[in-house]
Write a protein that binds this ligand. Sequence first.
Ligand code: F6P
Length: 323
Amino acid sequence: MKRIGVFTSGGDAPGMNACIRAIVRAAVYHGVEVYGIHRGYKGMIKGEIYKMDSHSVSNIIQKGGTILRSARSKEFVTPEGRKMAYDQLQKFGIEGLVCIGGDGTFTGANIFFEEFGIPTVGAPGTIDNDLYGTDYTIGYDTAVNTALDAIDKIRDTADSHDRVFFIEVMGRDSGYIAMPCAVGGGAEIVMIPETETTIDEVVDTLRTGWNRSKTSFIVIVAEGDDAGNATEVAAKVQQELPHMDARVTILGHVQRGGAPTAADRMLASQLGIACVEGLLEGRKCEMAGIINGEIVYTPFIDTITKDKLINPNYLKMVNILSV
Ligand code: F6P
Protein backbone atom coordinates (compact mmCIF):
# COMPACT_ATOMS: atom_id res chain seq x y z
CA MET A 1 0.00 0.00 0.00
CA LYS A 2 1.55 3.26 -1.14
CA ARG A 3 -1.10 5.90 -0.47
CA ILE A 4 -3.58 6.20 2.38
CA GLY A 5 -6.21 8.71 3.52
CA VAL A 6 -6.98 9.89 7.04
CA PHE A 7 -10.17 11.48 8.31
CA THR A 8 -12.11 12.28 11.46
CA SER A 9 -15.84 11.71 11.64
CA GLY A 10 -18.73 12.07 14.07
CA GLY A 11 -18.41 14.14 17.25
CA ASP A 12 -14.97 15.64 17.72
CA ALA A 13 -12.93 14.70 20.78
CA PRO A 14 -9.80 16.15 22.43
CA GLY A 15 -6.80 14.14 21.26
CA MET A 16 -8.00 13.71 17.68
CA ASN A 17 -5.25 16.07 16.53
CA ALA A 18 -2.63 14.10 18.44
CA CYS A 19 -3.93 10.99 16.66
CA ILE A 20 -3.88 12.65 13.22
CA ARG A 21 -0.29 13.68 13.91
CA ALA A 22 0.67 10.12 14.84
CA ILE A 23 -1.05 8.70 11.74
CA VAL A 24 0.66 11.14 9.37
CA ARG A 25 4.07 10.71 10.95
CA ALA A 26 3.75 6.91 11.09
CA ALA A 27 2.83 6.88 7.40
CA VAL A 28 5.83 9.08 6.54
CA TYR A 29 8.06 6.87 8.71
CA HIS A 30 6.92 3.77 6.78
CA GLY A 31 7.34 5.45 3.39
CA VAL A 32 3.62 5.76 2.64
CA GLU A 33 1.98 8.86 1.15
CA VAL A 34 -0.84 10.28 3.24
CA TYR A 35 -3.80 12.45 2.29
CA GLY A 36 -6.03 14.31 4.74
CA ILE A 37 -9.74 14.09 3.99
CA HIS A 38 -11.65 17.05 5.40
CA ARG A 39 -15.10 16.81 7.07
CA GLY A 40 -15.23 13.01 7.24
CA TYR A 41 -17.36 11.11 4.75
CA LYS A 42 -18.99 14.36 3.66
CA GLY A 43 -15.65 15.74 2.45
CA MET A 44 -14.71 12.38 0.93
CA ILE A 45 -17.78 12.60 -1.31
CA LYS A 46 -16.93 16.16 -2.31
CA GLY A 47 -13.25 15.47 -2.89
CA GLU A 48 -11.96 17.67 -0.06
CA ILE A 49 -8.70 15.72 -0.09
CA TYR A 50 -5.24 17.25 0.44
CA LYS A 51 -1.74 15.85 0.58
CA MET A 52 -0.12 15.93 4.01
CA ASP A 53 3.45 15.62 5.18
CA SER A 54 5.29 15.70 8.46
CA HIS A 55 5.03 19.51 8.66
CA SER A 56 1.24 19.49 8.14
CA VAL A 57 0.87 18.17 11.67
CA SER A 58 3.42 20.36 13.46
CA ASN A 59 2.23 22.11 16.61
CA ILE A 60 -1.14 20.34 16.85
CA ILE A 61 -0.57 17.67 19.52
CA GLN A 62 -1.79 20.03 22.23
CA LYS A 63 -4.86 21.34 20.39
CA GLY A 64 -8.49 20.36 20.92
CA GLY A 65 -10.90 19.80 18.01
CA THR A 66 -9.68 18.32 14.74
CA ILE A 67 -7.67 20.11 12.05
CA LEU A 68 -9.36 17.81 9.51
CA ARG A 69 -12.80 19.03 10.70
CA SER A 70 -15.62 16.59 11.34
CA ALA A 71 -19.14 16.00 10.13
CA ARG A 72 -21.96 13.49 10.14
CA SER A 73 -22.84 12.68 6.52
CA LYS A 74 -26.37 11.75 5.45
CA GLU A 75 -25.22 11.24 1.86
CA PHE A 76 -22.71 8.51 2.76
CA VAL A 77 -25.61 6.44 4.12
CA THR A 78 -26.85 6.07 0.52
CA PRO A 79 -25.23 3.78 -2.12
CA GLU A 80 -24.98 6.77 -4.49
CA GLY A 81 -23.07 8.78 -1.86
CA ARG A 82 -20.65 5.93 -1.21
CA LYS A 83 -20.03 5.51 -4.97
CA MET A 84 -19.14 9.21 -5.19
CA ALA A 85 -16.75 8.80 -2.26
CA TYR A 86 -15.14 5.77 -3.93
CA ASP A 87 -14.69 7.69 -7.19
CA GLN A 88 -12.90 10.46 -5.32
CA LEU A 89 -10.56 8.00 -3.62
CA GLN A 90 -9.81 6.44 -7.02
CA LYS A 91 -9.03 9.86 -8.44
CA PHE A 92 -6.43 10.43 -5.72
CA GLY A 93 -5.11 6.85 -5.84
CA ILE A 94 -5.96 6.21 -2.19
CA GLU A 95 -5.82 2.49 -1.41
CA GLY A 96 -6.62 2.40 2.31
CA LEU A 97 -8.08 4.58 5.03
CA VAL A 98 -7.51 5.40 8.67
CA CYS A 99 -10.49 6.91 10.45
CA ILE A 100 -10.86 8.40 13.90
CA GLY A 101 -14.42 8.24 15.19
CA GLY A 102 -17.12 6.19 16.86
CA ASP A 103 -19.66 3.54 15.93
CA GLY A 104 -21.29 5.55 13.12
CA THR A 105 -17.89 6.03 11.50
CA PHE A 106 -17.05 2.33 11.78
CA THR A 107 -20.46 1.27 10.44
CA GLY A 108 -19.83 3.39 7.33
CA ALA A 109 -16.33 1.94 6.90
CA ASN A 110 -17.67 -1.62 7.08
CA ILE A 111 -20.25 -1.05 4.34
CA PHE A 112 -17.68 0.80 2.25
CA PHE A 113 -15.33 -2.19 2.40
CA GLU A 114 -18.10 -4.63 1.46
CA GLU A 115 -19.06 -2.55 -1.56
CA PHE A 116 -15.72 -1.27 -2.83
CA GLY A 117 -13.00 -3.25 -1.04
CA ILE A 118 -11.32 -0.19 0.47
CA PRO A 119 -9.79 -1.32 3.80
CA THR A 120 -10.12 0.91 6.85
CA VAL A 121 -8.52 0.67 10.26
CA GLY A 122 -9.96 2.97 12.92
CA ALA A 123 -9.01 4.67 16.15
CA PRO A 124 -11.73 5.13 18.79
CA GLY A 125 -12.30 8.87 18.99
CA THR A 126 -15.24 9.86 21.15
CA ILE A 127 -15.63 11.44 24.57
CA ASP A 128 -18.32 8.84 25.38
CA ASN A 129 -15.94 5.87 25.96
CA ASP A 130 -18.77 3.62 24.80
CA LEU A 131 -16.81 1.46 22.36
CA TYR A 132 -16.17 -2.20 22.96
CA GLY A 133 -12.55 -3.19 22.22
CA THR A 134 -10.64 -0.57 24.17
CA ASP A 135 -10.40 0.39 27.82
CA TYR A 136 -10.50 4.08 26.90
CA THR A 137 -11.44 6.11 23.85
CA ILE A 138 -9.53 9.19 22.72
CA GLY A 139 -11.01 12.29 24.37
CA TYR A 140 -12.70 10.55 27.28
CA ASP A 141 -10.09 11.42 29.91
CA THR A 142 -10.06 15.08 28.87
CA ALA A 143 -13.87 15.30 28.84
CA VAL A 144 -14.11 13.81 32.32
CA ASN A 145 -11.50 16.20 33.67
CA THR A 146 -13.24 19.17 32.04
CA ALA A 147 -16.54 18.11 33.57
CA LEU A 148 -14.94 17.54 36.98
CA ASP A 149 -13.38 20.99 36.93
CA ALA A 150 -16.84 22.48 36.32
CA ILE A 151 -18.43 20.29 39.00
CA ASP A 152 -15.85 21.46 41.56
CA LYS A 153 -16.85 25.04 40.81
CA ILE A 154 -20.55 24.27 41.07
CA ARG A 155 -19.90 22.57 44.40
CA ASP A 156 -18.52 25.87 45.77
CA THR A 157 -21.69 27.77 44.99
CA ALA A 158 -23.97 24.85 45.95
CA ASP A 159 -22.34 24.85 49.36
CA SER A 160 -22.55 28.63 49.81
CA HIS A 161 -26.27 28.68 49.04
CA ASP A 162 -27.41 25.35 50.52
CA ARG A 163 -28.61 24.13 47.14
CA VAL A 164 -29.09 20.88 45.28
CA PHE A 165 -27.57 20.91 41.79
CA PHE A 166 -28.62 18.58 39.02
CA ILE A 167 -25.66 18.48 36.65
CA GLU A 168 -26.13 16.94 33.23
CA VAL A 169 -23.12 15.41 31.54
CA MET A 170 -22.78 14.01 28.01
CA GLY A 171 -22.34 10.37 27.05
CA ARG A 172 -25.18 9.68 24.63
CA ASP A 173 -26.51 6.25 25.78
CA SER A 174 -23.72 5.58 28.21
CA GLY A 175 -22.84 6.55 31.77
CA TYR A 176 -19.08 6.38 31.33
CA ILE A 177 -18.60 10.13 31.69
CA ALA A 178 -21.13 10.40 34.53
CA MET A 179 -19.57 7.74 36.72
CA PRO A 180 -16.09 9.23 37.39
CA CYS A 181 -17.71 12.66 37.59
CA ALA A 182 -19.87 11.36 40.44
CA VAL A 183 -17.09 9.54 42.29
CA GLY A 184 -14.46 12.25 41.72
CA GLY A 185 -16.91 15.12 42.19
CA GLY A 186 -18.28 13.80 45.46
CA ALA A 187 -21.85 13.52 44.20
CA GLU A 188 -24.64 12.11 46.34
CA ILE A 189 -26.40 10.48 43.38
CA VAL A 190 -25.51 9.39 39.86
CA MET A 191 -28.12 8.52 37.25
CA ILE A 192 -26.89 6.49 34.27
CA PRO A 193 -28.70 4.69 31.45
CA GLU A 194 -27.12 1.33 32.33
CA THR A 195 -29.00 1.09 35.65
CA GLU A 196 -32.44 2.28 36.66
CA THR A 197 -32.65 5.03 39.27
CA THR A 198 -36.21 6.08 40.08
CA ILE A 199 -37.27 9.57 41.06
CA ASP A 200 -38.43 8.07 44.40
CA GLU A 201 -34.90 6.83 45.06
CA VAL A 202 -33.46 10.26 44.30
CA VAL A 203 -36.01 11.90 46.59
CA ASP A 204 -35.30 9.39 49.37
CA THR A 205 -31.54 9.93 49.20
CA LEU A 206 -31.89 13.70 49.26
CA ARG A 207 -34.43 13.61 52.07
CA THR A 208 -32.26 11.30 54.15
CA GLY A 209 -29.26 13.56 53.64
CA TRP A 210 -31.30 16.66 54.50
CA ASN A 211 -32.53 15.01 57.70
CA ARG A 212 -28.91 14.29 58.58
CA SER A 213 -28.17 18.02 58.29
CA LYS A 214 -26.58 17.93 54.87
CA THR A 215 -27.31 21.22 53.19
CA SER A 216 -25.94 20.92 49.66
CA PHE A 217 -26.10 18.10 47.16
CA ILE A 218 -24.76 17.17 43.75
CA VAL A 219 -26.76 14.88 41.47
CA ILE A 220 -25.00 13.81 38.27
CA VAL A 221 -27.43 12.98 35.47
CA ALA A 222 -26.12 11.25 32.32
CA GLU A 223 -27.89 12.80 29.33
CA GLY A 224 -29.26 9.42 28.22
CA ASP A 225 -30.78 8.42 31.54
CA ASP A 226 -34.22 6.81 31.38
CA ALA A 227 -35.68 9.05 34.09
CA GLY A 228 -35.19 12.08 31.82
CA ASN A 229 -32.67 14.86 31.39
CA ALA A 230 -31.43 16.96 34.30
CA THR A 231 -34.14 19.60 33.84
CA GLU A 232 -36.90 16.99 33.91
CA VAL A 233 -35.42 15.11 36.85
CA ALA A 234 -34.98 18.35 38.82
CA ALA A 235 -38.60 19.39 38.19
CA LYS A 236 -39.96 16.03 39.38
CA VAL A 237 -37.77 16.01 42.49
CA GLN A 238 -38.58 19.61 43.33
CA GLN A 239 -42.30 18.73 43.41
CA GLU A 240 -41.60 16.21 46.17
CA LEU A 241 -39.09 18.36 48.03
CA PRO A 242 -40.34 21.94 47.65
CA HIS A 243 -38.26 23.16 50.60
CA MET A 244 -35.02 22.37 48.76
CA ASP A 245 -33.53 24.99 46.47
CA ALA A 246 -32.72 23.23 43.19
CA ARG A 247 -30.66 24.40 40.21
CA VAL A 248 -29.77 22.73 36.92
CA THR A 249 -26.50 22.95 34.99
CA ILE A 250 -26.07 21.33 31.60
CA LEU A 251 -22.37 21.07 30.88
CA GLY A 252 -22.95 20.38 27.16
CA HIS A 253 -20.32 20.87 24.49
CA VAL A 254 -17.74 22.37 26.82
CA GLN A 255 -16.92 18.69 27.44
CA ARG A 256 -15.89 18.25 23.81
CA GLY A 257 -13.25 20.96 23.63
CA GLY A 258 -9.95 21.96 25.15
CA ALA A 259 -6.38 20.74 25.21
CA PRO A 260 -6.11 16.97 25.58
CA THR A 261 -4.74 15.58 28.83
CA ALA A 262 -1.43 13.72 28.93
CA ALA A 263 -3.34 10.42 29.00
CA ASP A 264 -5.28 11.33 25.85
CA ARG A 265 -2.15 12.49 24.00
CA MET A 266 -0.42 9.23 24.86
CA LEU A 267 -3.42 7.07 23.91
CA ALA A 268 -3.97 8.99 20.65
CA SER A 269 -0.29 8.70 19.68
CA GLN A 270 -0.15 4.95 20.37
CA LEU A 271 -3.39 4.25 18.51
CA GLY A 272 -2.47 6.45 15.53
CA ILE A 273 0.70 4.44 14.97
CA ALA A 274 -1.18 1.15 15.57
CA CYS A 275 -3.77 2.10 12.91
CA VAL A 276 -1.17 2.75 10.22
CA GLU A 277 0.86 -0.34 11.07
CA GLY A 278 -2.32 -2.44 11.19
CA LEU A 279 -3.39 -1.19 7.76
CA LEU A 280 0.06 -1.91 6.30
CA GLU A 281 -0.06 -5.43 7.78
CA GLY A 282 -3.25 -6.02 5.80
CA ARG A 283 -5.88 -5.42 8.48
CA LYS A 284 -9.29 -4.21 7.39
CA CYS A 285 -12.47 -3.17 9.19
CA GLU A 286 -10.79 -3.27 12.58
CA MET A 287 -10.40 -0.79 15.41
CA ALA A 288 -7.11 -0.40 17.25
CA GLY A 289 -7.63 -0.14 20.99
CA ILE A 290 -5.69 -0.63 24.20
CA ILE A 291 -6.79 -3.25 26.73
CA ASN A 292 -4.71 -3.71 29.88
CA GLY A 293 -1.85 -1.78 28.31
CA GLU A 294 -1.69 -3.87 25.13
CA ILE A 295 -2.66 -2.87 21.59
CA VAL A 296 -5.65 -4.96 20.50
CA TYR A 297 -7.44 -4.97 17.12
CA THR A 298 -11.20 -5.61 17.26
CA PRO A 299 -13.47 -6.07 14.22
CA PHE A 300 -15.63 -2.99 13.64
CA ILE A 301 -18.73 -5.16 13.85
CA ASP A 302 -17.86 -6.13 17.44
CA THR A 303 -17.12 -2.56 18.48
CA ILE A 304 -20.55 -1.58 17.15
CA THR A 305 -22.66 -4.48 18.43
CA LYS A 306 -21.05 -5.52 21.72
CA ASP A 307 -21.65 -3.66 24.96
CA LYS A 308 -18.89 -2.26 27.12
CA LEU A 309 -20.17 -2.70 30.64
CA ILE A 310 -19.60 -0.27 33.48
CA ASN A 311 -18.18 -1.74 36.66
CA PRO A 312 -21.25 -1.98 38.97
CA ASN A 313 -19.01 -1.43 42.01
CA TYR A 314 -18.68 2.22 41.03
CA LEU A 315 -22.36 2.79 41.84
CA LYS A 316 -21.84 1.31 45.28
CA MET A 317 -18.85 3.60 45.73
CA VAL A 318 -21.02 6.67 45.17
CA ASN A 319 -23.42 5.44 47.86
CA ILE A 320 -20.68 4.65 50.36
CA LEU A 321 -18.75 7.86 49.78
CA SER A 322 -21.77 10.13 50.10
CA VAL A 323 -23.06 8.73 53.37
O1 F6P B 1 -20.74 11.34 20.89
C1 F6P B 1 -20.25 12.49 21.46
C2 F6P B 1 -21.36 13.41 21.91
O2 F6P B 1 -20.80 14.56 22.45
C3 F6P B 1 -22.38 12.79 22.84
O3 F6P B 1 -21.91 12.71 24.18
C4 F6P B 1 -23.56 13.69 22.63
O4 F6P B 1 -24.77 13.00 22.91
C5 F6P B 1 -23.48 14.04 21.18
O5 F6P B 1 -22.14 13.79 20.77
C6 F6P B 1 -23.84 15.46 20.83
O6 F6P B 1 -23.83 15.56 19.45
P1 F6P B 1 -23.82 16.94 18.66
O7 F6P B 1 -22.42 17.43 18.63
O8 F6P B 1 -24.31 16.56 17.32
O9 F6P B 1 -24.69 17.89 19.38
